[in-house]
Design a binder for this molecule. Structure first.
Ligand code: GAP
Length: 491
């Protein structure tokens, strides 16, 4: 049997995720809510498994990292201190004819993509078009880094960038739009305070720096990890769960002695890439993207990018944030956030290396990397096809499907005994309906790595057929070895 593989497409992944209970549009019966999604039975479990693996890699595998779970709502001054009230915004532009609103960088990037597409079709002028596209992106990056909105406006006009709806270049001025969602705390209007839904989990770590350091008796260098929801009023909803308005982050702030930040930055850059590779994802699907223009508080920053079906995009950020955050919280709270280093007998505000990854984005990465449409050439010359998710075994929502060949002759009883043995150790699924081939295909589609079939021979010699998802190979093994074999693969 040989296999050929057809191309992944984001659309196929979105449909598959919905059909098989991974991701649904939020409140779909009311036509959904833009850039908000719900996770179904298999999606919720896959997401939990990714989160658990990250949590383990941080808080269990590193003796000097502890976890916290801070509230989503924080004192409003937090966001003044962090800089989010003043500068957590995107530049936007509206087309006066269609009234469609664009994020400036998305509008320019889409134009550059169009130039690249034209270049691919044009044998003579291709190189010129490609150069123009590259120059456009380079100019945009410089102007964005300098908050030069007039320059960005000119760039859009001189490149004759048009609205995809009206087809015109009749643009408004560029304006800044704050991405934080706000709400009121308190029921009496006069007393109500505006508070924000956190746009990142990191600030919950910074404001708890001393609480954690003292209660967990941490010595620098040490880290604080947290996973949880974050909210951003993204103007342009794009690419499924890649850019959402409500999403989850997995962040770790690593507190170090000033002057040692460069070596810790390198350390976490490598550690984080190793985590990605530990999931069995090919190294050539990843790349580092160093930030050229740094935020005023950072002395180094990079993105870990993955090749999604729509190109290389950021999945995780590594930032060397100096002592900016703790110093700002000291200023605004008037409370000291310093560490006493007994080795040098000195107080100082620690420097911070941050690793920040979007859980939903990582989920999309895992789905994109796993999704495959296969055409199978059978030995008798006929072909068959299947859609399979090659999920890493430790992340798969279900590890084992137990399938009695028939509903009678005592086979379901044997199958249920195997279920009872394995259930406490990992997620199992029992099914006796439909032909065995059809049951295998359903498990392939949700990424279950192992199926075990109980047949009449099982009654005689206590052996079962185990079938491997990726190779579709089958072998006969004693039923008593199933649990240990699967546990070995999960580990
Ligand atoms: N504390 C640093 C911070 O929040 P960020 O680059 O804004 O940095 C970190 O976000 C990660 O969070 C990103 O690399 C991405 O994976 C994820 N993320 C950010 N905005 C997102 C959104 N709107 N939807 C889904 N994930 C998002």
């Amino acid at each position: 049997m040989s296999k050929t593989v057809t191309d992944n497409t984001l659309q196929a992944i979105i449909s598959h995720a919905k059909e098989y209970g991974f991701v649904f549009p939020s409140s779909e019966i009311y036509d959904g809510l833009s850039a908000v999604y719900d996770y179904g039975p298999y999606g919720a479990q896959l997401k939990k498994n990714i989160r658990d693996d990250w949590w383990k890699s941080m808080t269990q595998m590193n003796e000097n990292i502890v976890g916290i779970d801070a509230a989503i709502f924080m004192h409003p001054t937090t966001w003044k201190a962090s800089g989010h009230v003043d500068s957590f915004s995107d530049p936007l532009i509206d087309n006066k004819d269609s009234k469609k609103r664009y994020r400036v960088d998305h509008l320019i990037e889409a134009h550059a993509d169009k130039l690249m597409e034209e270049a691919a079709k044009d044998n003579d002028g291709g190189a010129t078009l490609r150069d123009r596209a590259k120059q456009l992106i380079a100019d945009m990056e410089v102007l964005l880094a300098n908050d030069d909105f007039a320059g960005l406006g000119t760039l859009i006009q001189t490149n004759k960038i048009q609205c995809s709806v009206s087809g015109t270049s009749n643009w408004t001025e560029i304006r800044q739009f704050n991405l934080m969602f706000s709400t009121e705390l308190g029921s009496v209007a006069e007393d109500a305070n505006t508070i924000y839904l956190r746009p990142e989990t990191a600030q919950g770590i910074f404001v708890n720096f001393l609480n954690v350091q003292k209660t967990a008796r941490m010595k620098i260098p040490f880290g604080i990890a947290q996973t949880g929801k974050a909210f951003r009023n993204e103007i342009v909803a794009r690419q499924f769960i890649f850019r959402m308005r409500e999403f989850e982050q997995m962040e770790m702030q690593f507190f170090v002695k000033p002057g040692t930040q460069k070596e810790w930055y390198e350390h976490w850059k490598n550690e984080r890439m190793n985590w990605h590779l530990s999931l069995g994802i090919a190294a050539n699907k990843y790349r580092f993207h160093d930030h050229i223009k740094l935020a005023h508080y950072a002395d180094a920053a990079l993105d870990i990018e993955y090749e999604f079906p729509f190109g290389f995009k950021e999945v995780e950020g590594i930032h060397s944030r100096t002592d900016y955050d703790l110093t700002r919280h000291q200023e605004f709270s008037k409370k000291k956030l310093q560490y006493f280093d007994t080795e040098i007998n000195q107080h100082y505000v620690p420097y911070v290396i941050e690793t920040s990854i979007g859980l939903d984005r990582m989920f999309l990465l895992i789905l994109s990397n796993s999704y495959e449409e296969e055409t199978i050439q059978k030995e008798d010359g006929t072909t068959d096809s299947r859609v399979v998710l090659h999920l890493p075994t430790k992340l798969a929502p279900l590890k084992l499907a137990v399938l009695p060949l028939t509903k009678k002759d005592g086979l379901p009883e044997l199958a249920k005994a195997l279920m009872d043995e394995c259930k406490p150790s990992f997620h199992c699924f029992y099914e006796e309906k439909d032909a065995i081939g059809k049951r295998y295909r359903r498990q392939d589609a949700i990424g279950t790595p192992f199926c075990v079939t109980i047949d009449h021979q099982t009654k005689e010699d206590n052996t079962v057929t185990i079938r491997y998802r990726d190779s579709m190979q089958q072998e006969r093994i004693p039923m008593s070895e199933v649990k240990a074999l699967i546990l070995k693969h999960i580990a």
